[in-house]
Design a protein around this ligand. Sequence first.
Ligand SMILES: Cc1cc2nc3c(=O)[nH]c(=O)nc-3n(C[C@H](O)[C@H](O)[C@H](O)COP(=O)(O)OP(=O)(O)OC[C@H]3O[C@@H](n4cnc5c(N)ncnc54)[C@H](O)[C@@H]3O)c2cc1C
Length: 390
Amino acid sequence: MPSDSNNIYDALIVGAGPGGAHLAYLLAVQGLRVAIIDKETFPRHKVCGGGLSRKAVNLLGCDLGPVLQQPITGAILTYRNRDTVIKDIEPMAACTVLRDEFDHLLLERACAHGARFFPATAFVDAAESADALSVATTGGLLRCRLLLAADGAASTVRNKIFGKDAVAYVPALEAMLHPADGVLERFGRRAVFDFGGMPRGYGWIFPKRDHFNVGVYSPFGGTALRRHLDQFIAHYACLQQPARIAYQGYIIPLRNHRQLFQRGRIWLIGDAAGLAEALFGEGIYFALKSATLAADAIARDGLRVDSDRYSQLLRRELLPELRAATWMARLAFRFPKQTFSHLVLHQQVSDDFAGLISGEIGYRNCLLKTAKGFPRWLRASKPTMDLPAL
Ligand SMILES: Cc1cc2nc3c(=O)[nH]c(=O)nc-3n(C[C@H](O)[C@H](O)[C@H](O)COP(=O)(O)OP(=O)(O)OC[C@H]3O[C@@H](n4cnc5c(N)ncnc54)[C@H](O)[C@@H]3O)c2cc1C
């Protein structure tokens, strides 16, 4: 039971997803008194493609071996499984995980370094006094100097403290598809990114140990995602006549309208802050990175209530990348066929796209290079890639 109101934690983290668990670890390593609450007991299921870019893996700096599903050694960039370009990426571009296992591993690491975890404990409300916050949870009262909200895209903390309309989000739908025998082995270790996967969006196929995670998403939002996902699946022979298929969907938060990340002793982290990127819908790296920046700010300024260093770091290191990703998403998915045939099929651009997936190149840099080369690529004849359909 969390009722622990005589103790004051230096940091109370709400939400034990990757953002919250990584932050709990980083603050515990700094020697702070850290508590982390989650409304679920762990391990818990989480709707997610489970694609971890190399830059996310590097940021964690821990051995993911025990939870690794599949190393991803390349990207198949395609338009409706017709024109296709394969980019093999060395070293490993990314990997896939199951979120219940991955999140649990990060939480266990935080606890092993001294963070105290309260499962099945939901945030309810917070009240500020001169030197601390009193936090009401479904398990009782907790007190802390800083409240770090990493409670996901539908964040209760954000809705209560920053307002219900602080963040814009879009839906995404995925299916766990268990294919016929032998299909996964033949498919190999590449991930598919299909620019015709859904109108004004894309479709992905991520291989796991015993199934594919297949999904669709558009940064413009959209309806009838189930129909789009079924149409996307219908383009791929390897996805036909599965032994089992289960659908699930959730939201991806793409924008923090007022760019407000701190209010007094309460800070927003990861999805709660609206920090997923718009091009691929990647959110784990940005949750981890925002946790890293929050920990850096605390290391520099301590628990000072008037420090805005975290917001400054976000503005300097993360938001410009996210803005560039939004521009790229708008351009790429408004004219997906043209983007694919005039840009992605060209070696330089497809190299850069693959670099984005691994994290080798940043979004700003990629956008700039693409804009510079655009007139040349537009005039050039289309290179042909004739690869067997999947
Ligand atoms: C269909 C889909 C596919 C995706 N695929 C990918 C992908 O392949 N790669 C990628 O990088 N990103 C992907 N994302 C995005 C990714 O899932 C998120 O960006 C990421 O989980 C954000 O991490 P987080 O730690 O900020 O929040 P979360 O992982 O959402 O964790 C929030 C935690 O807070 C807890 N919580 C919620 N409310 C409360 C409360 N009131 N009190 C206490 N605890 C609470 C929850 O139980 C949860 O454990 C996908 C998203 C969707 C919808």
